[in-house]
Design a binder for this molecule. Structure first.
Ligand code: 1HE
Length: 269
């Protein structure tokens, strides 16, 4: 796994993805600022490799990028060299990698800034929590380019913003600001300029402290329950709730509260 600081601006030859540890948090940095972090095959493959080989003590992941933009999306230069079968396999490759992010072992938090475009927005949508700076803006210029989303965007983005908004973005090239993105549910957090990475790391450390069964339930069960028919959803919920609450970690936490060793739930700043 490549090591490095997200502050480093890489020369063309550097690894397209850097990774470093901060305690139990793995910080992954897309590292092609000279191409505005456009995602080419080596970038996507390296993201997939990292997520497939997370060390056992990694409890959360943060995805950030070098330079001022999160990502300009798919590296468009690659689209000019693929035929139909290769193109289908390429899109399916993105699906596989983004599935390992969304349905992996640990929560993943994206720190967004500048352009969050096309495949960059698809990558962000595969993460569980999105934090944005005011410079962030969202676009799906596939319509202008004569193409279509291929990284799972048509599955994930309507669930975040609705079919109508996504259709408008792709048909008309409409962009949304960081404030609009926060209001419509693209992001859960909007912070000050230059603060997204710190906030993402702070949140990653917080979720690292959850019972593993709770994070498992949130990542794997909640999205499926939300899309199940209600009758199936209720039974899945009962099974998941029971698996969580009877686990030793939950039993310990419940005893801690009942015996006055755990904190109370109060409003946050
Ligand atoms: C790229 C890409 C790219 C930049 N593929 N090379 N995405 C787009 O349609 C977005 C296209 N990019 C832009 O609109 C702009 O580059 C930005 C607004 C993101 C940034 O602008 P700026 O002025 O800071 O940078 P730049 O000068 O436009 O770009 C710097 C270099 O990055 C330049 O290359 P250079 O060799 O001339 O230095 C650009 O060509 C290159 N570059 N973006 C390839 N995307 C799984 S399906 C997903 C489908 C999609 O993602 S469609 C959306 C594609």
């Amino acid at each position: 796994m490549a090591q490095g600081s997200p502050d480093e601006i890489a020369p063309e030859t550097a690894s397209p993805v850097l990774a470093r540890r901060e305690g139990q948090v793995l910080i992954i940095t897309l590292n092609r600022p000279e191409k505005r972090n456009a995602m080419n095959d080596p970038t996507v493959m390296e993201i997939g490799r990292i997520f497939a080989h997370l060390d056992a003590d990694v409890a959360a992941v943060v995805i950030t990028t070098s330079g001022v933009h999160f990502s300009a999306g798919l590296d468009l230069s690659e689209l000019t060299v693929r035929d139909l079968p290769e193109s289908i396999m390429h899109s399916r490759g993105w699906h596989r990698v983004f599935e390992t992010i969304q349905f992996g072992r640990v929560p993943v938090i994206a720190a967004l800034k500048g352009a969050v475009i096309g495949g960059g927005l698809e990558l962000a949508a595969a993460c569980h929590i999105r934090v944005a700076e005011p410079s962030a803006y969202y676009a799906l210029p596939e319509g202008q380019r004569g193409i279509f989303v291929g990284g799972g965007g048509s599955v994930r983005l309507p669930r975040l913003i609705g079919v109508a908004r996504m259709m408008d973005m792709m048909m008309t090239g409409r962009t949304y600001s960081a404030a609009e993105g926060q209001q419509m549910g693209i992001t859960q957090y909007l912070v000050g300029e230059g603060e997204a990475l710190d906030k993402a790391i702070e949140l990653a450390k917080k979720v690292s402290g959850n019972a593993p069964m709770t994070n498992f339930a949130l990542i794997h069960a909640l999205p499926r329950i939300a899309e199940a028919d209600p009758a199936s959803g209720y039974i899945l919920e009962s099974l998941m709730a029971s698996a969580a609450s009877t686990a030793p970690e939950a039993q310990k936490r419940l005893r801690d509260f009942l015996e006055k060793r755990a904190g109370k739930i109060v409003p946050q700043d």
